[in-house]
Design a protein around this ligand. Structure first.
Ligand code: AMP
Length: 309
């Protein structure tokens, strides 16, 4: 299946003329097109998404468009990364608006497969990543990262791009994807792009649309707790004290906290002063679950205090 929409992107020979975006459902068809394009010497970038696009997704597309000759994006709400009591059925699917946004952003191909195209009847193969997938989201959402790794690997088969673009918003996911790509020797470069935020600091998320107006106001507590961590990180405060302050701020803001932690940015093990750390938060406002994070640069040994002596 292929459908066309007008696009403001470059013509095939960079002639400046408008070109139709191609919506492709068949992974075999798209794979052949991407490989032919690369064989012609053109660099292809790929942005996997679950749709309900916002400025965070479009920033990934913009980065891919800046670094590549052609951009593919996928829209696929992946059932295997949702738990049985999660919001797969309710997940927003504004496909027409998404296609207009991608057409205007310079995307050439949109991969929008049916579930059966990625998961054939009787499918029995899963990619299970240990290491960075073990804690936090992996602990709270059993099977989530196996679903992510499996679908990302499957998407990379359909879109054998030079580079794939992911958001730092899902920090643990970037670690899982990078580890899978390394461990399986997948021939694709993983590029991690900064988190795009609302003016008050809330990280853009397709799930923000589910927040009531009151919960939307409370949601700023996530970014504020990360700012607190960033301010305390280079001081004499211990990791335990930083985590307690983050949690207290979230709870005072009405967030039901799943975790509020500071860990090593690469291993997600204990943080140390001489390597980058990451502050990770996850919590619920009403029935909406949000996650966010902030990188904390290495700062050398802290001044000694009672707490960290
Ligand atoms: P999703 O559609 O939620 O699966 O996200 C698709 C991609 O967009 C993932 O790589 C996300 O990390 C990324 N993304 C989601 N929200 C943001 C954001 N606020 N800023 C940057 N990237 C984001």
């Amino acid at each position: 299946m292929a459908a066309s929409l007008p696009a403001a992107n470059r013509g095939p020979a960079d002639d400046g003329g408008p070109r139709a975006i191609e919506v492709v459902a068949d992974p075999v068809v798209l794979r052949a097109e991407v490989l032919a394009t690369r064989a012609g010497g053109r660099r292809v970038g790929f942005v996997p998404t679950m749709g309900a696009l916002h400025a965070g997704h479009l920033a990934l597309v913009a980065r891919a468009a800046a670094e590549c000759d052609e951009v593919a994006a996928s829209i696929f709400v992946n059932p295997t990364q949702f738990g049985p009591n999660e919001d797969f059925a309710e997940y927003p699917r504004p496909v027409a608006a998404d296609l207009v946004a991608l057409a205007g952003a310079g995307v050439r191909w949109v991969f929008a497969p049916q579930v059966e195209a990625l998961y054939p009847p009787g499918h029995a193969t899963r990619i299970v990543v240990d290491g960075p997938a073990a804690g936090f989201e992996g602990a709270i959402r059993p099977g989530h990262f196996a679903g992510v790794a499996t679908v990302v690997c499957r998407l990379f088969q359909a879109v054998p791009a030079d580079a794939a673009y992911f958001g730092a918003k899902d920090w643990q996911q970037t670690l899982v994807v990078r580890r899978m790509v390394r461990d399986l020797g997948l021939p694709i470069e993983v590029v991690v792009c900064p988190t795009v935020r609302e003016p008050d600091g809330l990280a853009l998320s397709s799930r923000n649309a589910f927040l009531s107006p009151a919960d939307r106001r409370r949601a700023v507590a996530l970014a504020e707790s990360l700012a607190l961590a960033a301010a305390m990180w280079p001081t004499a405060a211990s990791v335990a004290a930083i985590e307690a302050a983050m949690r207290a701020h979230l709870e005072a803001g009405g967030v039901a906290v799943d975790y509020a932690t500071v860990v090593d940015a690469e291993s997600l093990g204990p943080a140390c002063d001489t390597a980058a750390a990451v502050a990770l938060v996850a919590g619920r406002l009403g029935s909406t679950r949000l996650i966010d994070n902030r990188l904390l640069p290495p700062h050398g040994p802290r001044p000694m205090s009672e707490a960290n002596r």
